[in-house]
Write a protein that binds this ligand. Structure first.
Ligand SMILES: Nc1nc2c(ncn2[C@@H]2O[C@H](COP(=O)(O)OP(=O)(O)O)[C@@H](O)[C@H]2O)c(=O)[nH]1
Ligand SMILES: [Mg+2]
Ligand SMILES: [Zn+2]
Length: 352
């Protein structure tokens, strides 16, 4: 028997389950998702599940279950089942698909905290942290920055200076696998029953970190998988691990770029620390893009705002704008298509 509380099950989720047509069936949490197959942990064990046609029909692929989702399933035998329904998603960790303007790639659901993991040797990149924070804020997921491999050489002053506008807005951890205290500090930041997702490029030390937090080897790390020659995307791939202290950790395969969809300009302005110039632009509704008398642009010119920060502000706004404009356009076209279908129906009934 698994106690699903350790996997994050709550009274609130039970209430959400009660309104489902399938509330008489068992529920479980997706621990890893393959293309059409899902590993689900339930009270009676682990089940390998597929989706019913109903779950596939009329849904965008981004609405199919993903790791971390809570699902209701019909068991077929001791370890197989069919997913009949899923609970409404909360706090979804997703990004813009790298090769698309308006397609979401959903990575994990019911996420409380997201760690952006970068290694201090050569992976540190403030622009990527900014886009990550913007995207997390849109889903009310608490971000934290984890800078790994602090035992290797890096310039601490330079790192801190580059993070000045961000470090007041999220916790920053410097970790080394060779320094137990640094792992302990991170461990204490994770509350029992909290779901934490680890994101970052491949090789920065995510799996190593999760293993250290769990106190055992739950995930293969780079050196080991190289020596056994095992790929990372085999069917035995695992994604979810439990800490002894109660945290639920989700590993992700290397995510380098985090495409943003969040077009909340106010939030971005706060994130970039432009709020301190509020009320100083000539126009009240200044977008700080090219307006005359813009205090933000002046601050960039005078070196009070870093060029890199400002350029990323423009870039992130543009990216989110494109995403939302194209989603809007898709919806509009979807609607006119629905209208056309209705008209065809009406007309054809005239001739019946
Ligand atoms: N020097 C040093 N190496 C580390 C540290 N953490 C991880 N590594 C090494 O970095 C490599 C990649 O680690 P891995 O956990 O597989 O990275 P992942 O791809 O992000 O999961 C491995 O060779 C680890 O031993 C650290 O704190 N310090
Ligand atoms: Mg890994
Ligand atoms: Zn302005």
């Amino acid at each position: 028997m698994n106690d699903l509380q350790y996997y994050g099950w709550t009274e609130n989720l039970l209430k959400l389950k009660e309104v489902s047509d399938f509330n008489y069936l068992p529920h479980g949490r997706v621990t890893v998702s393959h293309k059409t197959r899902y590993e689900v942990v339930a009270e009676k064990g682990f089940f390998s599940c597929e989706l019913t046609g109903n779950m596939l029909f009329g849904r965008d692929p981004s609405e199919y279950p993903c790791t971390g989702d809570w699902v209701i399933f019909q068991p077929i035998d001791n370890d197989k089942g069919v997913i009949m329904d899923m609970l409404p998603r909360r706090q979804t960790f997703f990004r813009l698909k790298s090769d698309a303007v308006s397609e979401k790639q959903v990575i994990a659901a019911y996420v409380n905290k997201a760690f952006i993991v970068q290694s201090l040797d050569d992976n540190f990149n403030v622009r990527r942290i900014e886009r990550f924070m913007l995207q997390m804020a849109g889903e009310k997921i608490q971000p934290a920055l984890v800078l790994t491999k602090s035992d290797l050489e890096y310039d601490k002053n330079e790192t801190e200076a580059a993070l000045r506008h961000l470090s007041t807005k999220m916790p920053v951890f410097y970790t080394s696998i060779h320094d137990a205290n640094s792992i302990k500090a991170l461990s204490e930041f994770i509350q029992p029953n909290e779901t934490v997702v680890f994101a970052g490029s491949s090789g920065v030390g995510k799996s190593t970190l999760i293993n250290a937090l769990c106190g055992k080897e739950v995930f293969k790390t780079a050196t080991i998988s190289a020596s056994t020659g095992k790929g990372r995307h085999t069917s035995t791939r695992r994604e979810m691990a439990l800490m002894k202290e109660g945290g639920i950790l989700i590993d992700t395969p290397g995510i380098k770029v985090f495409g943003v969809t969040n077009d909340d300009t106010g939030l971005l302005i706060d994130l970039m620390d432009f709020s301190r110039f509020e009320g100083q632009c000539r126009f009240k509704d200044c977008q700080h893009i090219h307006e005359a008398g813009c205090a933000v642009i002046q601050a960039v010119d005078h070196g009070e705002i870093d060029h890199g920060v400002y350029e990323n502000y423009l870039k992130l706004r543009k990216e989110a704008w494109h995403y939302n404009a194209s989603v809007h356009e898709k919806r509009r076209r979807g609607k006119s298509f629905a209208r056309m279908v209705n008209e065809v129906k009406k007309n054809s009934s005239k001739y019946r």
